[in-house]
Ligand binder design. Structure first.
Ligand SMILES: [Zn+2]
Length: 292
């Protein structure tokens, strides 16, 4: 059914509290169909998918938000990219020693890197956080509290075919005691959410279940989908940037250059004629690009 991959923003009417729910079905399956993840990596990457969509919707900018965990192992790299139109892609690398599912065991010296890339070649913003909590949700909660100065709570859930998340954020308060009570109450209610509820209930049913005594304002739902931004043109740009000195010896050795996209597994193959054209075109490009 279309529409099950969705991001629902909401607010508690009259309270300085807003939130978002994300449900990933086909979007998550598009990632797991293209890779074979060991279970702890499957779990973490699904959590990162849901978290990245929620962060993307709350930070609201034009371009891409990239969430990465880097460590020296067992998890080497997990990366999720989300565009401002809520298209997602993800991949991960690890070594063979994964035994535990806890974040500190997966990435003992790891760090979380959040990059905002306007995609126009302009300056990228990057935030880095140590993995100081036991869960990804805990790490992101403290990151949001530090960077936005606002209390935030995050719940994430993953199974074979679905990933989902709930984010609750306190807005700049109006200063009276009611707001603190309202936040504590909302946090307490949201805390009762179960993994199964996150994965199976629609956003409406979930909000009804958690906050049925509250007046909830629903904003328009945004569709979420899988999309990889790789293309033959982008690979050509990379090959040109590397230059013939790097590429021609590889071509001699292998007979052709093949580049596989790490996110979607799409393969791009360049034979000798392709490579010769590519560098010949690069030389012709130089004078035309300096005309202005
Ligand atoms: Zn791709």
């Amino acid at each position: 059914m279309s529409g099950s991959d969705t991001l629902q923003r909401f607010a508690l009417e009259g309270k300085a509290i807003r939130g978002e729910i994300v449900k990933l079905d086909a979007t998550w399956r598009a990632v797991v169909e293209r890779h074979v993840f060991v279970p702890p990596v499957h779990e973490l990457l699904g959590q990162m998918m849901a978290a990245t969509a929620l962060l993307s919707a709350t930070l609201r900018y034009q371009g891409s938000l990239i969430l990465q965990i880097q460590s020296s192992g067992p998890l080497l790299l997990a990366v999720v990219e989300c565009t401002s139109t809520l298209t997602l892609r993800a991949t991960a690398r690890w070594n063979d020693e994964i035994t535990s599912t806890s974040l500190p065991a997966l990435a003992p010296d790891g760090r979380l890197i959040i990059t905002l890339d306007p995609g126009t070649g302009e300056h990228r913003y990057q935030g880095i956080a140590a993995l100081e909590a036991d869960s990804l949700a805990g790490v992101i909660e403290s990151y949001l509290q530090r960077s936005e100065g606002l209390a935030a709570r995050l719940w994430l859930a993953v199974d074979a075919n679905n990933a989902a998340g709930l984010l609750l954020q306190r807005l700049p308060g109006r200063g009276d005691d009611n707001d603190i009570d309202a936040w504590n109450r909302a946090e307490h209610l949201a805390q009762t959410v179960t993994t199964e509820e996150l994965l199976t209930l629609t956003p409406n049913d979930l909000l009804q279940r958690l906050f049925h005594e509250e007046d909830i304002r629903l904003f328009e739902r945004d569709p979420v989908s899988f999309r990889c931004s790789c293309s033959r043109e982008k690979v050509i740009t990379t090959l040109r940037a590397l230059g013939p000195d790097e590429i021609l010896p590889l071509l001699e050795e292998q007979g052709a250059i093949t580049v596989d996209c790490e996110f979607c597994n799409q393969g791009y193959r360049f034979d000798r004629v392709d490579i010769e054209q590519l560098y010949a075109a690069a030389i012709i490009d130089i004078p035309s690009s300096t005309q202005h």
